[in-house]
Design a binder for this molecule. Structure first.
Ligand code: HCA
Ligand code: CU
Length: 396
């Protein structure tokens, strides 16, 4: 069920603001929130209004924009924080407290009993103040907390009957999909509230862990654009969408405007001063490129042979690289057709051998191959197709 009804809590404006390069202006935040809203995420999460006067001003600016997405803010388990947050017009509050021995010792210094008492007091009070908001309670560093401590905290909080969601957080990015499934599955069996997963990517499992959480009964997944956040960040929005598309394309297409992803990734990359990585999910420059002759032939016949995702779903195109020693005659022939050149199969095969031999000797560009095709063609025309990815393939 969750695998159709999950919701994305998009935290570029909270976790993402904790990325080293992020220093969003009010205008940046509004542009990001509106782009996420257009894409169709169910929630946007913003930095606590207690962080700075600007954070409060920006949160108010975004709650005032009437987005379709619900606006959340993220605060400590603290009445004062909640009082200010509730005054900003948010739709929901995400409340967090650390439960690992590290956080209990070096951060807030509270015992598990004290955590349970504080959570009960603050959560019950918030619910009295704001009966209609969505209220979430999460334990920070859940996967380095003792399992029995965690269960005591979650069961006590769930029993209060005042929270809509329980969150689990892989704060330092060490959980495996098995561990996530075990914790989420246990919560699913013993508690009533919805379940949210927040996973960092320090050891490369953030997307797999988010998926494992959903399979085990979670209902909400935290993401950020390009995965930006503390250190190397959290589950990336695009990577999560790629994961869900390969699992159930129709549901994703029904829920989200995935053709908005390319622009969103590039806009946020520019704002935070990074490039979109070449191998980024869906929007990286090589996400839909094909090189080897054997792949190219199959792709030309039926793209799904070597593509789990269809670039057209994202408003993108595939690119078949032909100017190299691994090229094949089917790809060269397709290029000749694109250029409107008439060459026999025998000529194309001969030219392909020539291209391979040349590529063994020197770096070739698409323009080099195009020039050869024109030379070999009886009817060379000026009907040139603009080569895509020119910079990457070294075109002129
Ligand atoms: C942090 C907190 C957090 C909180 C996650 C949550 C984490 O910035 O360290 O509230 O679910 O990773 O634990 O982002
Ligand atoms: Cu985090």
């Amino acid at each position: 069920m969750s695998l159709e009804n999950y919701a994305i809590i998009e935290s570029t404006l909270r976790e993402g603001e904790q990325f080293i390069g992020a220093n969003f202006s009010t205008d940046d935040k509004i542009r990001i929130a509106e782009a996420l809203d257009e894409l169709g995420v169910e929630y946007v999460e913003l930095t606590s209004p207690c962080a700075s006067p600007g954070s409060e001003r920006d949160l108010r600016a975004i709650t005032g924009r009437n987005l379709k997405a619900r606006v959340l803010t993220h605060i400590r388990c603290h009445r004062g924080d909640a009082t200010l947050a509730l005054d900003t017009g948010i739709d929901g509050l995400d409340i967090v407290i650390g439960t690992s021995s590290q956080l209990r010792q070096f951060s807030h210094g509270k015992s598990i009993e004290e955590i349970i008492d504080l959570a009960a007091e603050v959560l019950t009070w918030v619910r009295e103040q704001a009966p209609d908001i969505e209220l979430r309670f999460s334990t920070e560093d859940s996967f380095r907390s003792s399992f029995s401590d965690l269960l005591r905290v979650y069961l006590a909080v769930d029993k209060l009957g005042v929270v809509d969601r329980l969150g689990v957080a892989d704060t330092v990015g060490i959980a495996t999909p098995d561990q996530v499934a075990k914790l989420v599955g246990t919560l699913r069996s013993f508690t009533q509230a919805d379940i949210e997963f927040h996973g960092h990517n320090d050891s490369g499992c953030a997307i797999a862990n988010a998926f494992a959480a959903l399979q085990a009964g979670a209902t909400h997944v935290d993401t950020s654009v390009l995965g930006i956040g503390e250190r190397n960040g959290i589950t990336p929005l695009g990577g999560f969408i790629a994961r869900m598309m390969t699992y159930d394309r129709e549901t994703v297409l029904r829920k989200y405007r995935v053709d908005k992803l390319y622009e969103l990734d590039h806009m946020v990359a520019e704002m935070v001063g990074v490039d979109v990585p070449f191998n980024n999910y869906i929007t990286g420059i090589t996400a839909f490129t094909h090189k080897a002759g054997i792949h190219a032939k199959a792709i030309l016949n039926a793209p799904e042979t070597y593509e789990a995702l269809n670039p057209e779903d994202f408003g993108l195109t595939r690119y078949i690289s032909i100017a190299h020693r691994l090229t094949g005659w089917n790809a060269i022939k397709a290029r000749a057709e694109q250029l409107g050149l008439e060459l026999s199969d025998a000529q194309i095969k001969e030219l392909t051998r020539h291209v391979k031999a040349l590529a063994d000797e020197k770096h070739l560009t698409l323009d080099d191959v195009d020039d050869l095709l024109h030379q070999w063609s009886q009817n060379g025309t000026g009907n040139r197709v603009q080569p895509a990815l020119t910079s990457l393939v070294g075109g002129r």
